[in-house]
Design a protein around this ligand. Structure first.
Ligand SMILES: [Zn+2]
Length: 160
């Protein structure tokens, strides 16, 4: 965390990152929560990130030192490992906008249907198009899910 003369007009937010349990032999994705209440309530869940999506976010600003980024990597190398980063923002909106809508891996709903029992599933996941991850359905079936291309709703300016 960077403290400076402008820190008084900025707020500090806790970014809570946690490695989800591994499925088969693949590490889980990373759960992203932001503490919007300065510890009064449990942090709000923003979504789930792939490793690449987290890396691009952490590398975007110089807000985190190489040591901090190494600590994140180390903490998240462990199943269910968790680490909290602190970031200073002028307000909550900017903080959430950055973490939620990072260009190239913005958090958006990903939907799939279990190929065994047909149960629908939907999760908010930040990843790049074509990245894959595993999910286990309540019925026990493990499915490989691929982050789809952006649909029209996410890219209103795109030509269809
Ligand atoms: Zn199922």
């Amino acid at each position: 965390m960077i403290s400076s003369a402008v820190a008084s007009v900025r707020k500090t937010f806790a970014i809570v990152l946690a490695r989800l349990p591994r499925i088969a032999d693949m590490p889980g994705l990373i759960s992203l929560k932001v503490d919007t209440t300065e510890g009064v309530k449990a942090p709000a869940r923003v979504g789930t990130l792939t490793d690449a999506a987290l890396r691009s976010r952490l590398g975007h600003f110089d807000a985190h030192s190489a040591n901090e980024i190494a600590a994140v990597r180390k903490a998240l190398a462990i199943d269910s490992g968790e680490i909290i980063l602190y970031e200073s923002w002028p307000g909550l909106a900017g903080c959430l906008q950055f973490w939620h809508s990072f260009i190239g891996s913005q958090i958006r709903p990903v939907e799939w249907t279990c190929e065994k029992c047909g149960a629908p599933a939907r999760e908010s996941i930040g990843g790049s198009t074509g990245e894959t991850f595993l999910r286990r359905c309540a019925c026990g079936q493990v499915m490989r899910i691929t982050i789809p291309r952006y649909g029209w709703a996410e890219t209103p300016a795109a030509q269809r």
